[in-house]
Design a protein. Structure first.
Length: 363
């Protein structure tokens, strides 16, 4: 098995090298202004990463909304990955995931007063937001770090604690979709999915490995899991069962599976690709697996997968035992103010401050 993996890496090395050259060449074209970037007049904050999926962008967008929404009028712009509708639109709470994407829908339903738009063209999307909501103070860009046609005023890069980018390699061998040296464009770097008890020594080791510049702020966060909640009204309040079927279509499902197991249940994982659009064959697999336990098991899914499962025609017996787990990203050591102060300074310097309707406590 290890020999096969080694051979595979050798065979894929030319593709990874070519991909690296294409990525580096593209950055050179933007850095030398041969290709033009658009800097929006409205303050924009990008939450992105260097790897493909799994770093926790959506929970960190939600963290920013909770930090900022009391004092600023916010809007969110997302690509709406793997949605079937390819046009641009404003997300409504009543939309389905196939139209707008699971993550934008999740954000909108959690924060119904926040305008959420989907558009693969971020420059066009920002214009749509400012035209529809001219009083917006800050636009949060979900996953736009590689979208260099738009130049965000403040970049937040997320790195998964369990998959350190500095040890990774370019696609298709590894998970890097951007060259690691692009981390220098970040104003804030957050190591995500850390153990809640990450020690000061571990933080110092990670700080040394990153070797950030003085203008960059390093923070650490962990995922806080809430109790499972019924996905459908027919389900009873959640109770731990001896067996649990985990349905997960996310980039890095292992931490979620481990969390469910930590409740003392035996887990049967059903793992699908990230943002997977469930098919009738998938529904049959879920139903047949559930029937093996003679309705003596719970079905637990992620918050993101829940948005897609809601669109399906599931049998009533499955709906009665189907739950999802809400999550939150939390910064370690109560460093919310560190991030907030950095954002406040940026907004102060890059907005017509008469539009800011309220000053924050940290100003």
């Amino acid at each position: 098995m290890e020999r096969d993996k080694g051979l595979g890496k050798v065979l894929l090395s030319p593709l990874a090298g070519l991909f690296y050259l294409v990525v580096k060449g593209r950055h050179i074209l933007y850095n030398t202004k041969i290709l033009k970037s658009h800097a929006p007049s409205t303050p924009t904050i990008c939450v992105g990463n260097l790897t493909v999926g799994g770093t926790g962008k959506t929970p960190h967008i939600e963290l920013l909304i909770e930090l900022l929404s009391k004092d600023y009028k916010l809007a969110v712009l997302s690509r709406g990955y793997k949605r079937k509708h390819k046009g641009s639109c404003e997300v409504l709470s009543t939309d389905n995931s196939s139209k707008v994407g699971d993550e934008p829908l999740q954000i909108k339903q959690k924060f119904p007063s926040i305008p959420v738009f989907v558009n693969a063209n971020r420059v066009e999307g920002v214009s749509q937001i400012t035209e529809a909501y001219p009083d917006v103070d800050i636009i949060l860009l979900d996953d736009a770090f590689q979208h260099r046609k738009i130049s965000a005023g403040l970049n937040i890069i997320l790195i998964d604690f369990n998959r350190p980018a500095w040890e990774d390699t370019m696609l298709p061998i590894g998970n890097l979709r951007d060259s690691y040296d692009q981390i220098h464009r970040a104003n804030v770097v957050i190591i995500t999915k850390c153990p809640p008890t990450l020690s000061p020594m571990d933080k110092r080791i990670l700080t040394k490995k990153l070797q950030l510049y003085p203008y960059q702020t390093l923070l650490f966060s962990h995922i806080d899991y809430d109790l499972p909640k019924p996905l459908f009204a027919a389900a009873a309040p959640y109770k731990t069962s001896e067996n649990t079927i985990v349905i997960a279509g996310i980039a890095a499902p292992k931490p979620f599976v481990n969390h469910v197991e930590s409740a003392g249940t035996t887990v049967q994982p059903l793992i699908f690709p990230d943002h997977h659009n469930f098919t009738p064959k998938d529904i049959n697999l879920i139903v047949s697996t559930f029937k093996k336990y003679d309705q003596q098991a719970n079905l637990i899914t992620t918050e993101k997968d829940a948005k897609r499962l809601l669109d399906l025609d599931l049998p009533e017996e499955v709906k009665n035992y189907l739950y999802f787990v809400p999550i939150k990203a939390k910064l370690s050591d109560s460093t919310d103010n560190v991030l907030l102060n950095k954002i406040v300074r940026y907004v102060r310097e890059n907005s017509s401050y008469g539009r800011i309707h309220k000053t924050t406590n940290s100003k």
